[in-house]
Write a protein that binds this ligand. Sequence first.
Ligand code: GLN
Length: 478
Amino acid sequence: MFSFLNIAAYQQELNEGNISCEEAVEYYLNRIKSTPHLNAFVEVYEIEAHERAKFLDKKRKEGNHLGKLHGIVIALKDVICYKDHKVSAASKMLQNFSSIYNSTAVEKLLNEDAIIIGTCNCDEFAMGSTNENSVYGRVKNALDTNKVSGGSSGGSAVAVQAELCMVSLGSDTGGSVRQPADFCGIVGMKPSYGSISRHGLIAYASSFDQIGIFAKNVEDVAAVLNVISGSDEFDSTVNQQNNLKIIFNSDSKKYKIALLKNAMQHESLDTEIKNGIYGLAENLKKDGNIIEEINFDLIDYIVPAYYVLTTAEASSNLSRYDGVRYGYRDKNNEEDLTAFYKKSRGHGFGKEVKKRIMLGTFVLSEGYYDAYFTKAQQVRNLLVSETKEIFNNFDVILLPTVPSTAFEAGSMQKDPIAMYLADIYTVYANLTGIPGISVPLFQHSNGMPFGVQVLTNKHDEVTLLQLSDLLLKNYKRY
Ligand code: GLN
């Protein structure tokens, strides 16, 4: 019977001839078939995955050079382009649209022998925290199907949580990888802005968007990051140096760790989550690490700044969906052009997306630009300089990932402001461009998991992953 522990162990088994890629693919396809109620996948590439597995098995048996992700079964969020495959951003606007090129991330995965098994459900254009804003319907949390998966990369998170693939890719503009990972009890990482090329990632807010990785352990996140990060001629925002050399050893490195007092004392934070993080800090201190609680007065400006800036960028990015060039086109198009645009966009986009386009257009409008957009940019600049200051003195910041465990399905639809405010701990990393990861260490008395969020200085993925690995191996509480 096939079982998957981690990439290294699986590849060793492949090399020793104990298992095959075919068996792995068969195993995941069967699991996907037996869990349609989770609604994690939009499309499954059954025939293709079989063929690819057969090809890779042959390649291995013939003694050819093998890629770093040889045989790894991966799922993609439905916002990542894979040539000649549908990519719809879970929107009616792009339903049945096929990508004409590979995203750089996919290109790199394929070059290193990965097997792409399908695309995963998400919130429309990656806007949301529950995966309920999808033209394909909501994704269910496999631990409790009355709970949300989290979002916007809910399908990718559940695909790993429910063992429907080995690892998956999502996108994280304000927490969409870390938050569903937290709700599902898995690892979810957003690298520094500029680590992974955004070429072929459908844009939501370009100065925030990053592809992120879901896995059950930190080593697998590192293995995938190693492959898909690095310079790219198609994205000038990517860091030109890619020196990701992460050595996971249990050396006795001690960390200087900051807790943000205003975040830890925030009224929205669930008491058990708060106690969990404080307890972890206490244990880390006992083991010789330095922990200090510092002031962070900007906390209440973070969510408003995020929603002003991301909706502004979204209103610009999504203007390309006009019904003319690609995407949904209203059939009654005999009227004038403006009426045609209105109909195509009005019918093609869902409610949440339209709300954000309108909000973004408003904050960019002539009379309000300075009051909202400029102010939010100032907050962003302040956050960046304050963060630099923190990392002059500390290696790491520890934060909760989300103020609560997974929401009850439907509960946030009634109160969108509460849903936005629940992004309080994740959007910080996107506003400042630093890397962040949610590490599943805890279980709440309500039965649901939650994680701790680890943040490091921009481009210090090495410290981020090393500490996270240590936490998962030595500080897990259930
Ligand atoms: N919940 C956030 C939002 O709705 C995060 C989205 C994301 O990271 N893609 O904007």
